[in-house]
Design a protein around this ligand. Structure first.
Ligand SMILES: Cc1cc2nc3c(=O)[nH]c(=O)nc-3n(C[C@H](O)[C@H](O)[C@H](O)COP(=O)(O)OP(=O)(O)OC[C@H]3O[C@@H](n4cnc5c(N)ncnc54)[C@H](O)[C@@H]3O)c2cc1C
Length: 559
């Protein structure tokens, strides 16, 4: 019998595979074995929607590393189609079952790593197990969806759930030329975003022909006479579909952990320390199955994303090899591409901050071009930045646009990781040539606007208080712009005439100033403030107003 330390890993994809490969690089002496109940390890689950959409046509490209690669390159034994069914912590053994033969055996471990991921939620509703209703978690799932589309010549689909995976499936089903409807319980798609930020995304989806059924949950799925399905919503809407994708979220796969008495946290994930060690000193856990520390809100959370899973696998390997590496926590940096539009965010949302009881923050909105306006093809980025008051620490950012979105969010994400402030964003030295950015990049502008708020140069009024404010609403755009649409009850005094006519304005009343995207409003705010007026800018201008109005009309602010 081998005398080397035996490390067994449950789950051989993002977290598990990373852990195995890193551990081997650190320690040639340990025996490492990976168990996965599926037929593959180390596959690209993030690529699955694109395989369904035939953007990735060759299934083999989804396989990042094979059993053979693990054996030959890393001396890691991989057992596929082998399910781990129980952990005996006192004996330090796991029970494993060969999925093909049904035979079971027991394996001894010195160290156990759990990376079983998260399972798609299947609500206990009538019809969710009907043929033609799918969740997307692995390659066989995607293969089944592809076959179903081809065999049935599917033309219609309903995607239940408008989060990351749901939206990626929408894009790919449209790519397969299906007509697609989204049924989403919340009044907005992309629940992590603040409602007003999700508006351009919802408009984009509608413009691309996606039927949005928001604020309406799934009640049941029925089989249609003569084939096909009908998705019935809680409000009674009946949505016909040749196939249904369930994408209403995932739940940490904690059965093994629960059954063996490992500590589970309030968010339903396994509790781990900074080195990814569970309540049992011989067992580590990583990936979608664990609870992680949110560095912005200070709360524990679950965050099913590939980046954290990979990093946690690495941290666990380092800890197992005796190094003192810590996982620093998460800040929920994420991106999704939807039919040409990019949506990205990092850090806390405004609703997340409120949920966490954090009140000392401010926000700015801006809509700059993704590169210099004078260079052809500039596309707006709708950007919201949240920061703490008075220290200016960056708390979060969300952005939507056709170009350059993820680059800005990644810069802000990096600043957050270094505990950066809005002053750091204002000062950030970023690359610039006309086709790539601007001398004042959107990231710089966001920082500068936030600085203006912090130092009192630009007090900002809250769009959410528009209906109740006693302030005078002043629109400083040109008359033709004003006539084209404006904030209710606003008066028009264009910035171009303000220097001559400001005496018409009351000095004994707050003045909330609106323009197109916030820039002229800022100039007017500064001018009036220096002439003794109580002036406030409505951050992001009329573009932000329209987003708030749309979100409010769909009850987005009740989320
Ligand atoms: C369709 C889809 C698209 C995604 N897109 C993105 C994206 O674009 N960006 C992003 O950051 N994240 C994305 N994710 C999320 C990302 O894939 C996960 O966060 C990440 O894979 C989690 O890694 P993990 O190791 O915890 O679990 P997984 O990668 O899910 O691996 C868990 C493995 O454990 C196996 N397993 C479970 N229980 C047992 C058991 N008892 N015995 C043996 N084996 C077991 C499972 O079969 C599975 O293979 C996507 C996920 C999906 C499903």
């Amino acid at each position: 019998m081998s005398t080397s330390r035996r490390v067994l890993i449950v789950g051989g994809v993002a977290g598990g595979a990373s852990c195995a490969a890193r551990l081997r690089r650190l320690d040639e002496s340990v025996e490492i074995a990976v168990f996965d109940r599926g037929p593959y390890v180390s596959f690209a689950n993030c690529g699955l929607p694109y395989y369904v959409g035939n953007v990735i046509a060759d299934e083999r490209t989804l396989l990042v590393a094979s059993r053979e690669t693990f054996r030959e390159r890393f001396n890691v034994e991989v057992h596929t189609e082998t399910e781990v069914t129980a952990i005996d912590r006192s004996a330090r053994t796991i029970s494993v079952r060969d999925v093909r033969t049904g035979t079971s055996r027991v394996e001894h471990y010195d160290v156990l790593v759990l990376s079983p991921g998260a399972a798609p939620i299947r609500p206990p509703l009538p019809g969710v197990d009907l043929p033609g209703v799918f969740a997307v978690r692995n390659i066989p799932d995607s293969r089944r969806i592809r076959s179903w589309i081809a065999d049935r010549r599917a033309t219609t689909a309903v995607v239940v759930g408008g989060g990351f995976i749901g939206l990626e499936m929408v894009e790919n089903l449209i790519h397969r030329e299906l007509s697609v409807a989204i049924l989403e319980k919340l009044p907005q798609v992309m629940p992590p975003l603040d409602p007003e930020v999700a508006v351009p995304l919802m408009e984009h989806l509608a413009a691309k022909g996606v039927h949005l059924h928001l604020g309406d949950g799934l009640a049941r799925i029925e089989q249609r006479d003569g084939g096909g399905l009908v998705v019935v919503s809680e409000s009674g809407a009946r949505l016909p579909a040749d196939l249904v994708i369930l994408a209403i979220g995932v739940r940490p796969e904690t059965t093994l952990a629960t059954d063996s008495g490992l500590q589970i946290g309030p968010r339903g994930g396994i509790v781990v320390d900074a080195q990814m060690r569970t309540s049992d000193p011989n067992i580590w856990a990583v990936g979608d199955v664990v609870e992680v520390h949110d560095v912005l809100t200070g709360q524990e959370t679950v965050l099913p994303l590939a980046g954290p899973a990979n990093r946690q696998g690495r941290v666990a390997a380092e800890a197992i090899a005796g190094r003192k590496t810590n996982f620093r926590g998460v800040q929920a940096t994420a991106v999704v591409g939807v039919l040409g539009l990019t949506v990205a965010s990092t850090g806390a949302s405004e609703k997340g901050l409120r949920r966490a009881g954090i009140a000392n923050f401010e926000k700015v909105y801006l809509h700059p071009g993704h590169h210099a306006a004078y260079y052809p093809g500039a596309r707006p980025i709708h950007l919201k930045l949240l920061f703490s008051v008075p220290d200016g620490r960056i708390l979060g950012a969300q952005a939507v646009g056709l170009e350059g979105v993820e680059k800005r969010i990644d810069v802000i994400a990096t600043a957050i990781q270094f505990n950066g402030t809005v002053h750091d964003l204002a000062e950030a030295e970023l690359c610039y040539a006309p086709q790539f950015g601007a001398a004042k990049d959107p990231v710089n502008l966001a920082g500068m606007l936030a600085e203006n708020v912090l130092n009192g140069d630009m007090p900002v009024a809250d769009w959410l208080e528009m209906d109740t404010t006693g302030a005078l609403l002043l629109d400083v755009r040109e008359p033709d712009e004003f006539v084209g649409g404006h904030v209710p009850n606003a008066i028009n005094l264009p910035l171009s005439q303000l220097r001559h006519r400001y005496g018409e304005l009351p000095k004994d009343r707050d003045i909330w100033i609106c323009c197109g995207v916030g820039q002229r409003g800022y100039y007017a705010t500064r001018f009036l403030a220096q002439h003794g007026y109580r002036s406030w800018n409505l951050s992001g201008g009329y573009a932000t107003y329209l987003a708030f109005k749309a979100a409010k009309d769909s009850s987005g602010f009740r989320t």
